[in-house]
Design a protein around this ligand. Structure first.
Ligand SMILES: [Zn+2]
Length: 102
């Protein structure tokens, strides 16, 4: 998996193109990620008890993993990810500057 929870990514398609955010959740089976502030959708929550009000809750929707690119922590650019065997095993590296991504 090239993208992990906690990474900063930039969305490359759709109405949120260019938006940056942190990855909140990765769903490897579906190949999707949930990015903070991107692909927002509004869920309407019904009242549970009488007297309580329904609520509208905004939350990020799923984005296909191919539609986001990781933002390199070293050079700050949206880059593709390569792999490299370093100390501590497999490391992800930035294809633009060659530095390992945290
Ligand atoms: Zn870089």
């Amino acid at each position: 998996m090239k993208i992990k929870k906690g990474d900063t990514v930039v969305v490359t398609v759709g109405k949120d193109r260019g938006k940056r955010g942190r990855v909140l959740r990765v769903s490897p089976r579906e190949g999707r990620v949930f990015v903070e502030g991107a692909a927002q959708r509004v869920r309407h929550r019904r009242p549970r008890r009488s007297g309580e009000k329904g609520q509208r809750v905004t939350m990020p929707g799923p984005i296909a993993i191919g539609n986001v690119r990781i933002v390199c922590s070293a050079c700050g650019k949206a880059a593709r990810v390569g792999f490299h065997m370093g100390e501590g095993g497999k490391q992800r590296i930035c294809k633009k500057c060659g530095v390992a991504i945290a």
